[in-house]
Design a protein around this ligand. Structure first.
Ligand SMILES: [Zn+2]
Length: 340
């Protein structure tokens, strides 16, 4: 009677083990058969009522059944673990024979690109490219450019003053002063680089911006020379002929001084939102070098004269690429930079 019970239990449990589809499904089957209150425990309890001989043979059978079931559970559990491992290996599989994607190619910042183009252009016209310190003396940034301490033009430049009296240069013009100090005329030089002003930053103002300033000193330099070089420069940058006009403008280091406008490249001069319906876009200040500036740097204004101009690279880049927020240029945002 007990033998039959054990046999049936074993067969039923083995079938349940085979039918289980996961470790989670297996566990209740194990508890029902082998648990402390499971079927085998019940049978074992009932065996107390049997005669000693029957009890001995039934006990053997029970132990054998218990062992067989434990082994079956263990085997099934291992099968589940192995298939889980196989699934994970399959999911995380990497083909090491695939070619590597390689390093991502970078690109030059749009300001660097336009600066390089303008440098190439001026070098082809016989200009030197000069560099100078970003932390300048007050003398080179202001005094030598005809802006003595009480000159109102100083107020127009919100300046970062250092505690030792130096300044973060407010323009790249001091490099021209250094050029005049170091080289003898005739002189053709451009000075590209960063300039700094204590501006509140918004879509069109930055505390750090890029300029190229240029100067040519020779005998009998006229506004016609200035115009020729500016038109050549702008045709190079915009890759087409541009129409320019000069308006009088005041800058302490030039006399006469001009604002150079270009005819709007968007509307061709008929008027549009970019040029505020005027047909012209203000682009760069320029003029003939003030004799005082030459004198301060030790050149004789009766022998030498020249022209000078300043070009905002930041503004130029924004115009060329239609960038409407100056802050993007220094944001370091790859989504922006990867477009160039
Ligand atoms: Zn326009």
């Amino acid at each position: 009677m007990v033998e039959k019970e054990i046999g049936e239990l074993q067969a039923k449990t083995l079938a349940a083990i085979a039918a289980a589809r996961s470790t989670e499904e297996l566990e209740p089957v194990r508890v029902a058969a082998l648990g402390r209150k499971g079927t085998l425990a019940q049978i074992s309890k009932e065996m107390g009522k049997l005669s000693p001989e029957l009890r001995a043979s039934a006990g053997k059978l029970l132990n054998a059944a218990k062992q067989a079931l434990e082994e079956a559970f263990e085997r099934r559990k291992q099968e589940f673990e192995q298939s889980a491992l196989r699934a994970r290996l399959e999911a995380e599989w990497i083909d090491l024979t695939l070619p590597a994607p390689g390093p991502r190619l970078g690109s030059l910042h749009p300001i660097t690109q336009i600066q390089a183009e303008i440098e190439d252009l001026f070098v082809s016209l016989g200009f030197m490219v000069l560099d100078g310190p970003e932390v300048e003396t007050e003398y080179h940034n202001f005094d030598a450019l005809n802006m003595p301490p009480d000159h109102p033009a100083r107020d127009a430049q919100d300046t970062f003053w250092l505690t030792d009296g130096h300044v973060l240069r407010t323009h790249t013009s001091p490099v021209q002063v250094r050029g005049m100090e170091r080289f003898q005329p005739p002189l053709r030089m451009i000075a590209p680089g960063r300039a700094f002003r204590n501006e509140s930053v918004d879509a069109s103002h930055e505390h750090t911006f890029y300029q190229i300033e240029g100067m040519m000193i020779d005998h009998d330099v006229s506004v016609a020379h200035l115009l020729y070089f500016m038109k050549t420069l702008l045709a190079g940058i915009f890759r087409r002929e541009v129409t320019v006009r000069l308006r009088p403008g005041f800058f302490p280091f030039v006399e006469p001084g001009f604002e150079l406008d270009i005819q709007c490249l968007i509307c061709g001069g008929s008027g549009c939102p970019v040029c505020k319906q005027s047909g012209w876009v203000e682009l760069l200040p320029c003029g003939l070098v003030n004799p005082n500036v030459l004198r301060i740097s030790g050149l004789d204004p009766d022998r030498w004269n020249g022209f000078a101009f300043g070009l905002g690279l930041t503004r130029l880049v924004m115009m060329r690429y239609g960038i409407d927020d100056i802050r993007l240029l220094q944001s370091g945002d790859l989504r922006f930079l990867q477009q160039f």
